[in-house]
Design a protein around this ligand. Structure first.
Ligand SMILES: [Mg+2]
Length: 261
């Protein structure tokens, strides 16, 4: 089994390179608004975007406006940004949606759930205990990174309970677990589905996906199915479907350096 993308890739054929953002291209930081690409990483990404044989996409749970903000120095490059786990897919440099959520319908369905979740978190004083809610327009992320360790399961139980007790209302959505976060996300938004879309869009036979989170497991599964290379960052063996594990973000950039040569 190849251990690096450079070993996996038969040059001469185009390669799909699909990268998660947080924890993959940037280290996880305490303040998620500060997760900027390191300058050297930005330059490396620019180089792979310009490689005539490599198609590049960033596949993230972040919303598209956030991704555009962090990648604003790459908007002139051939790069596809996939926000909300693939719910929104946006092609640069054309600034064109390849996939867009059903806006009115989803917003209408999400509103009562948002109200219910905020009310319940407020009623139980979870905001004082460190819970932070991120409104991502089509989804709601409930972050519990700053909650005391013994209370974290209680936050999870509260949200699971709301979903169980209001199953009809919540039916269009799923409760998706990430790193210290539970996200209320449209059922159809899925990184595995996003990878399948990109693979077909580019019509490639070779592809690599790199990610670090639970939500990346769906992407690893699709890449494995299609004969691609899946790389997990910072995971323990046995906890991931990825074929290769690399310890840290710096290793991802080492992979990109090897591709450029
Ligand atoms: Mg990540």
């Amino acid at each position: 089994m190849p251990l690096t993308i450079a070993e996996y890739w038969h040059r001469g054929y185009p390669l799909a390179l699909m990268l998660d953002y947080d924890g993959t291209l940037t280290p996880i930081v305490a303040d998620p608004t500060q997760a900027f690409l390191p300058p050297a990483g930005l330059e490396l990404l620019r180089q792979v975007c310009r490689h005539p044989q490599i198609h590049v996409a960033i596949v993230s749970g972040r919303s598209l406006p956030q991704l555009l903000h962090f990648c604003r120095e790459l908007t002139a490059e051939a790069l596809i940004l996939c926000g909300l786990h693939g719910g929104e897919i946006y092609q640069l440099p054309e600034h064109r949606f390849l996939r867009q959520p059903e806006r009115e319908q989803l917003l209408g369905q999400l509103q009562p759930i948002r109200d219910m979740v905020l009310e319940e978190l407020n009623r139980c004083n979870w905001f004082d205990a460190g819970v932070r809610v991120e409104d991502k327009t089509y989804s709601i992320a409930v972050h519990y990174r700053h909650v005391s360790p013994e209370s974290k399961p209680l936050v999870i139980e509260l949200l699971q309970g709301l979903f169980r007790n209001h199953s009809a209302l919540c039916a269009p959505f799923k409760l998706q677990a990430g790193k210290e976060v539970l996200e209320i996300l449209p059922r159809t938004f899925d990184k595995g589905d996003c990878v399948a879309f990109l693979w077909d869009f580019w019509q490639v036979v070779q592809g690599c996906y790199i990610g670090d989170d639970l939500t990346d497991e769906a992407a690893f599964a699709v890449v494995n199915q299609r004969g691609g290379l899946s790389i997990a960052v910072g995971k323990t063996p046995g906890t991931t479907a990825a074929q290769v594990i690399c310890p840290e973000v710096a290793d991802v950039y080492r992979e990109l350096v090897a591709l450029g040569s």
